[in-house]
Design a protein around this ligand. Structure first.
Ligand code: ADP
Length: 242
């Protein structure tokens, strides 16, 4: 049953004199939720950028379905089936919530099989899933912070990804909103989308992740089931030391 979606092999990323990532290797199982954690500056965002093809790694490779992400032009990575949300949420402010999602559906993986009307229908379905159907006609600029995060997830889902990278979608949410966001991610995962989740909120990560990878100073220091990883002395030290 365990099938590998993404393989991260010996990935290193150098910025000038700094190795933001060194010798990072792990596999992401298809259909799983991988939590990526680590202290500030440990390389999480850099790794998300390597996986989504924004950065080409200095060493090693990320492969997806046997293809090296670095060999694919950045704007085509979403056509492979990998989509991401961004930490800084930037919707098209003057477009309606519905139009924001429909734009994604027009440019996504299955866009060639979809008419404009089909894209709007897909947008409608996604807004229902993320709980924004009631505000579909509003300009995106009027959304509350939690609703902007939902919109960000809907826009990424509009690309029809097999793998969705989520960069701190729960930051700035209150406890109830975090629970709602977790529920949404579970719904998305139950539809077969593999998730890679970067989040500072440890409780949220533990409750959603199938497995966790811990980075510290650009290196993988632990990997495994949430309970095992968080009990590891090395992980505790990395956090206390930060
Ligand atoms: P995290 O997401 O875990 O907080 P980052 O991946 O943002 O960590 O950063 C890892 C390290 O790489 C940090 O020391 C950061 O300053 C550095 N870094 C990240 N992006 C760049 C960049 N584009 N140029 C130079 N240094 C960078």
């Amino acid at each position: 049953m365990s099938e590998i979606a993404l393989r991260i092999e010996d990935v290193g990323m150098r910025f000038g004199g700094l190795w933001a990532l060194s010798e990072v290797s792990f596999d992401v199982q298809r259909g799983s939720v991988l939590g990526l954690i680590g202290p500030n500056g440990s390389g999480k965002t850099t790794l998300m950028n390597v996986i989504s093809g924004v950065y080409k790694p200095t060493t090693g490779a990320v492969t997806y379905g046997g293809k090296r992400i670095a060999d694919v032009p950045t704007h085509d990575v979403c056509h492979l089936g990998i989509a991401r949300t961004f930490q800084i949420v930037k919707p098209f402010a003057s477009l309606s919530v519905r139009e924001n999602v429909a734009v994604g559906a027009m440019y996504g993986r299955h866009s060639d099989q979809r008419s404009t009307r089909g894209s709007f229908e897909r947008a409608e379905e996604l807004l229902e899933i993320v709980g924004l159907a009631g505000v579909a006609d509003r300009p995106a600029s009027e959304l509350t912070i939690p609703d902007r995060k939902r919109l960000e997830v809907a826009k990424a889902l509009a690309l029809d990804p097999d793998v969705l990278l989520l960069d701190e979608v729960m930051a700035g949410l209150n406890a109830t909103e975090v629970d709602e966001a977790l529920e949404l991610l579970r719904t998305v995962n139950a539809r077969g989308v593999t998730l890679i989740v970067v989040e500072h909120l440890m409780k949220a990560i533990v409750s959603i992740s199938t497995s966790i990878v811990v980075l510290a100073e650009g290196r993988k220091i632990a990997e495994g089931a949430p309970a095992d990883v968080l009990g590891s002395p090395q992980v505790i030290e990395a956090y206390l030391g930060s």
